[in-house]
Design a protein around this ligand. Structure first.
Ligand code: NCD
Ligand code: ZN
Ligand code: ZN
Length: 434
């Protein structure tokens, strides 16, 4: 039996209202007043239609920390945020450093069925930073890994980083670096600056990020390979990436929603909900990352969704875990910081949150493709006129560590279609048969 949907009056990329016909997972027609006998009609009057979002940086915590998140709950949260594909970071337990573990994560994603899960492979064995993991075997596995990262830890050994960059060239892979010079950040608790000085917390200098970003840009150019910079957070990092791109080097970068909005001033209350790696920076850094995302220096927005259970966040600042959840608020924060400020159009949001991340990871499955006839129907319907007050309990995630509790943010995901199947409808998760 064929499955058909007719989306009425959607504003594709914020344009004029149009209908979208979907049959068996594929977009078959786009135009005014379409007819599709037997189709389920979805009224999208007033809603913006975007291609399914792709997150290049998600912590799903399975295997190992199923108390914080599972592939099932994480992909449910992703679908509620408008994502049809997430890239699962390798810092699980066991670490995703073998073909066996990445295939397990990939299979769990397929079984859950809420969102496609593309595993990221570790660069080094056990994230230990001393021995290269079996990158080729992970690339050749069913999981088809192209992105490698020790995220959570920096590949700080320059020789190892060089070897990883050389190795992934063979299969068009990319190394995604968590740029944190370890010696410069020993015991670091927050951004190094005025606020850390006043609070007496050990600071995390911008230079600790920028030194690695600069080194790795130069290394990537030297070996002719692809580098991706995770969660870039300082003005200096933006300037270094801009310089590397001006040289024609194959360097890409991401910024998180929280680094587009929040600053280290929030740390004054010592609430560990604001403790994150890299740390929240200054208002000037926020301006710089917004400008960088607008002018294309920063290629993508990635959530760095980092779920932690209550007991790891509701403790004193120095003992708390680094990280915040973000899948269900990402699009709203991007609307608030980038669209409502006139810095990005919806077409550019589609690029930064769908096409560009899919291209960096070389992920298949029709992800990152435009809403067009013949394409897989990965579509988000988004109400950009809505506003909502964020409540931590309103999440599909197992964790509640959102930094936006009580904040009013614009926008609401109304529907998410994955291969033509409504995973979210009227803002509600649907029953999914995998
Ligand atoms: N971002 C964080 O603060 N934490 C991440 C690790 C990381 O992204 O570096 C985590 O795994 O919890
Ligand atoms: Zn990281
Ligand atoms: Zn991360």
């Amino acid at each position: 039996m064929s499955e058909q949907y007719l989306i009425r009056n959607a504003r594709i990329l914020g344009g004029e209202p149009t209908d979208i016909a979907i049959t068996d997972g594929v977009i078959t027609e786009i135009g005014a007043d379409l007819e599709l006998a037997g189709a389920t009609v979805v009224d999208a009057t007033g809603l913006v239609a975007l291609p399914g979002l792709v997150d290049l940086h998600t912590h799903l915590r399975e295997p190992g920390r199923e108390d914080a998140e599972t592939v099932l709950t994480g992909t449910q949260a992703a679908a509620r945020g408008g994502f049809t594909c997430v890239h699962a970071m390798a810092n699980t337990d066991p670490v995703a450093d073998t073909a066996g573990v990445v295939e397990q994560v990939w299979r769990l994603g397929r079984e859950a069925g809420f969102c496609d899960v593309q595993p990221i492979g570790a660069v080094t064995v056990g994230l230990g930073g001393t021995q290269l993991a079996e990158l080729g075997a992970m690339a050749d596995s069913a999981a088809d890994v192209r992105v490698f990262s020790d995220d959570g830890k920096c590949v700080s050994d320059a020789v190892l980083m060089r070897r990883a960059l050389e190795y992934v060239k063979a299969f068009d892979g990319v190394v995604a670096q968590h740029a944190q010079e370890p010696r410069l950040t020993e015991g670091a608790q927050m951004n190094e600056g005025l606020v850390s000085g006043e609070l007496g917390l050990t600071g995390w200098p911008a230079a600790a990020e920028e030194a690695i970003v600069a080194r790795d840009c130069v290394l990537a150019a030297h070996v002719g390979s692809r580098l991706h910079v995770c969660h870039l957070s300082t003005r200096g990092s933006v300037e270094i990436v801009r310089w590397a791109k001006s040289k024609g080097w194959d360097v890409t970068a991401e910024v998180t929603p929280h680094h587009l909005l929040l600053t280290d001033e929030l740390v004054r209350g010592y609430d560990p909900i604001y403790k994150v790696n890299p740390p929240l920076r200054t208002a000037d850094d926020v301006l710089a990352v917004r400008e960088g995302l607008a002018d294309g220096t920063i290629d993508i927005v990635a959530t760095d969704h980092a779920p932690h259970p209550m007991e790891d966040k509701e403790c004193e600042w120095s003992a708390a875990a680094f990280g915040m959840i973000g899948l269900e608020t990402a699009l709203s924060v991007v609307q608030h910081t980038m669209v409502d400020t006139g810095l990005l159009t919806w077409a550019q949001v589609a690029d930064r949150m769908s096409a560009a991340p899919a291209h960096i990871s070389r992920v298949g499955g029709g992800h990152g493709r435009p809403i067009a006839v013949g394409e897989a129907a990965h579509v988000v319907l988004y109400d950009d006129q809505a506003t909502r007050t964020i409540t931590p309990a309103d999440t599909a995630s197992l964790s509640r560590n959102t930094p936006y509790a009580g904040r009013e943010l614009p926008g609401r995901v109304v529907a998410t279609f994955l291969r033509g199947v409504p995973i979210v409808l009227d803002g509600q998760l649907q029953e999914v048969r995998a």
